[in-house]
Design a protein around this ligand. Structure first.
Ligand code: ZN
Length: 279
């Protein structure tokens, strides 16, 4: 049975249509730590199947933190949708462009996004959560290493991202709050085709991005094969798989404090983020 794993007040929590269930209270030998739940993701299918009818509580979105609160690695992929590569005027990559976001930028699905500069931009992305350790993982086995999928925003300060020669993305993509994720980690068996999901982003109810993940130039399996040839993938590692066309830099419109950025992926859910002024 598929599972939806959330982080509620820094406790691993299973979410069903009936409500929420604290994993330490319902799983055999599980701790409250969301990272422990991800490492043991294979056992969660049985736990969710055995949950009682009565939930512990109803879901309060304000209590949701990032499904993976302490990833070892947070990797992003540049220009991984054809139309997005075209809108930036850059060549279609023939090899995945991999950068990193510092783990300290990861926040939950309702946290504020701090606008650190005049060119702070949105990037709706599907995020892959690694569940099973591996190195040199062939594409044919890559999905077996995935705990699940979640929504992400690869928030980017464009002036900083492109401010050096040659450009080096990590700083512009790692300001505090620039890694929203959530609302839940959804296991792969929830999806008829995990390689073909609708993904959308709106700012103040104006649709900005609207695409499907089957437009990815390098799909999930290819990315895992590529990255794991360099570094061992660990449970909880995050891969931000790239953003479709419709980012702010293409139209030179950027969010301002009090704007609301909404990110939705089919079968996963919606994140809602208010933009906040730099304190
Ligand atoms: Zn991105």
């Amino acid at each position: 049975m598929a599972f939806r794993l959330a982080n509620i007040n820094d406790r691993a929590t299973l979410v069903t249509d009936r409500g929420v269930y604290d994993l330490e209270g319902h799983g055999d030998g599980f701790s409250s730590d969301p990272m422990d739940a991800i490492t043991r993701h294979g056992e969660l299918h049985a736990v969710v199947a055995a949950l009682p009818a009565e939930p512990d509580a109803q879901l309060d979105p304000a209590t949701l933190g990032p499904p993976v609160p302490r990833p070892q690695k947070v990797l992003g992929i540049g220009l991984n949708y054809r139309a997005h590569a075209e809108e930036t005027g850059m060549d279609i990559p023939t090899t995945p462009i991999v950068f990193s976001k510092f783990a300290s930028c990861i926040v939950g699905p309702t946290a504020d996004i701090t606008v650190f500069g005049p060119t702070t931009d949105w990037e709706a992305e599907m995020v892959v959560v690694i569940g099973t350790r591996g190195r040199d993982i062939p594409a044919s086995q890559a999905w077996e290493h995935v705990a699940g999928l979640t929504c992400g925003q690869d928030v980017s300060e464009r002036t900083v991202q492109f401010g050096t020669r040659p450009p080096q993305f990590d700083m512009g993509k790692s300001f505090d709050s620039f890694g929203p994720t959530g609302p839940c980690l959804v296991s792969v068996d929830q999806f008829d085709d995990p390689d073909n999901l609708a993904i959308a982003c709106a700012v103040n109810d104006e649709q900005k991005q609207d695409a499907r993940t089957d437009d990815l130039i390098f799909g999930v399996a290819a990315l895992i094969e590529h990255i794991s040839a360099v570094c061992t993938m660990e449970p909880g590692d995050l891969i931000f798989t790239g953003t479709p066309s419709g980012v702010g830099v293409a139209s030179q419109t950027f969010p301002a404090p009090d704007d609301v950025v909404t990110t939705t992926i089919e079968g996963i859910g919606t994140m809602t983020h208010r933009c906040a002024a730099r304190g």
